[in-house]
Design a protein around this ligand. Structure first.
Ligand code: GLU
Length: 450
């Protein structure tokens, strides 16, 4: 494979959602697998709707998912390239001015539909004489510009869908430039893909028709030998089957982050839903790379259930290594020699990462013990083993207490847990006890806050 260069090209018109994350991650994992480059390109030619704050939020969201681009481009800074490309198309006789208003086009479409014809643009503008065009312009009409498609069948071997073809005779000539001189997505995208030498275009299957059109543009702008490969992945829909939208904010990456879902759970769900690999927790993006096979993605829309994500997030936490969370623990002052054993002791009990703050307080801070049976707790305190304490201390202590008090099962364990942690449930006491230490343990067993 040639050195792969991929791009993720969101328009910064809202926060990205898990469906956009799927596209970003499929590109990123693909390029990781093949040691290539990942470009983040903001498709912001729609100056009205694009916002810098969204572009920044997208970068933050991607970084949270573990995606750091090798380069970032903004189409709004590259208009000179698009003008040059439009000029080239005009010279080649492939870009022509049209004067129909939106209402006129709508009436045409309705008439075609009434006659059972497909609503394809009839190229009436190509039949205008220069005198007719001049008259329209003198009357104040500004043209929009369409790409004159070759009426041939475009074929490509899709990385996901295999052999694919679209007959361009069945398509309307696409509008590349609006009346006001602004560009629609189609042309700038190809211009940049050519300029950046993008080798693989991996995007949602809502772009399949664009691919036929863009292949023709590539042939003109890059030359026939320099076509990228295309892969169109299936889209994610909500649990009820609705399409996800940036505008609604549903299942936005920022929203999932704020609700405490693990980024690796989001990444696993974004990539594995609707693939041949069952949804499972992963410890790193590298693990997902190993699961990636574009050719194995399902061809149908994949429904995404947020309820599964909460459970997956907890399972992800339970398997995360200390190294994977060290910096996040530091943010909460969970540092020092206890941090690692603490993480290993508590991770299996976490639903959300922030639960660690509470457990750290149990180990290092002050809690109010709950005294269920003061007499038993006094006996427990008197029989605390001598220091140093380690993971065997608990077993030694419990063995003594069984003999001394004759207790077992819940009657033995429950009062100890309540006194030592102030909580009904939690991580193994065998692991917590040496972290709590003898001084605190003794105070709590006496009913004192410590
Ligand atoms: N801006 C386009 C989108 O978000 C990019 C599509 C493409 O990858 O070519 O759908």
């Amino acid at each position: 494979m040639p050195y792969p260069i991929v791009r993720f090209a969101p328009s910064p018109t809202g926060r990205i959602h898990i469906g956009n994350a799927r596209t970003a991650l499929l590109n990123f994992l693909f390029t990781k697998k093949n040691h290539g480059e990942f470009i983040l390109r903001f498709d912001d030619t729609d100056v009205e709707r694009s916002k810098e704050e969204y572009a920044q939020a997208i970068e933050v969201d991607l970084a949270w998912l573990g995606i750091v681009p090798d380069a970032v481009l903004r189409q709004s800074e590259r208009f000179a390239l698009y003008h040059a490309a439009a000029g080239k198309l005009r010279e080649a006789g492939r870009l022509y001015p049209c004067f129909e208003t939106a209402e006129e086009l709508d009436r045409k479409r309705k008439r075609q539909q009434a006659r059972g014809l497909p609503p394809v643009y009839d190229r009436a503008a190509l039949a205008l004489s220069s005198a007719e065009r001049a008259k329209l312009e003198a009357g104040g009409r500004r043209p929009h510009w369409r790409f004159k498609l070759d009426h041939e069948i475009m074929r490509w071997t899709d990385l996901v869908r295999g052999e694919s073809h679209i007959d361009c005779a069945s398509l309307s000539d696409p509008v590349l430039l609006r009346e006001d001189g602004t560009y629609l997505y189609t042309l700038p995208s190809v211009v940049d893909d050519v300029a950046q030498k993008v080798t693989h275009i991996i995007r949602g299957e809502d772009h399949v028709t664009n691919t036929a059109v863009q292949l023709q543009l590539f042939e003109i702008l890059a030359g026939p030998g320099r076509l990228p490969s295309f892969g169109h992945h299936n889209l994610l829909a909500s649990a009820s089957g609705e399409a996800l939208s940036k505008r609604s904010g549903a299942l936005s990456i920022g929203g999932l982050r704020e609700s405490g879902i693990e980024s690796l759970a989001v990444a696993a769900a974004a990539v594995l839903t609707g693939s041949s690999v069952a949804l499972h927790p992963v410890g790193s993006l590298e693990e997902l790379v190993a699961c990636l096979d574009l050719g194995e993605l399902s061809r149908t829309v994949a429904r995404f259930d947020p309820a599964e994500l909460t459970a997956l997030s907890a399972r992800t936490l339970h398997g995360l290594s200390f190294e994977a969370v060290r910096e996040r623990l530091e943010v909460h002052d969970i540092i020092g020699y206890k941090a690692q054993p603490f993480w290993l002791a508590t991770r299996g009990n976490l639903t959300a990462f922030l639960d660690v703050v509470d457990w750290w307080r149990v180990v290092e801070g002050e809690i109010s013990p709950v005294v269920e049976d003061a007499e038993f707790l006094a006996a427990a305190r008197e029989n605390l083993p001598g220091e140093p304490w380690d993971e065997n201390t608990w077993t030694v202590w419990i063995g003594t207490l069984k003999k001394v008090t004759g207790r077992k099962g819940k009657a033995l364990f429950h009062p100890l847990r309540l006194a030592l942690t102030g909580r009904e449930n939690g991580p193994e006491l065998a692991a917590l006890l040496p972290l709590i230490g003898k001084v605190k343990a003794a105070a709590r067993l006496s009913g004192r806050a410590a």
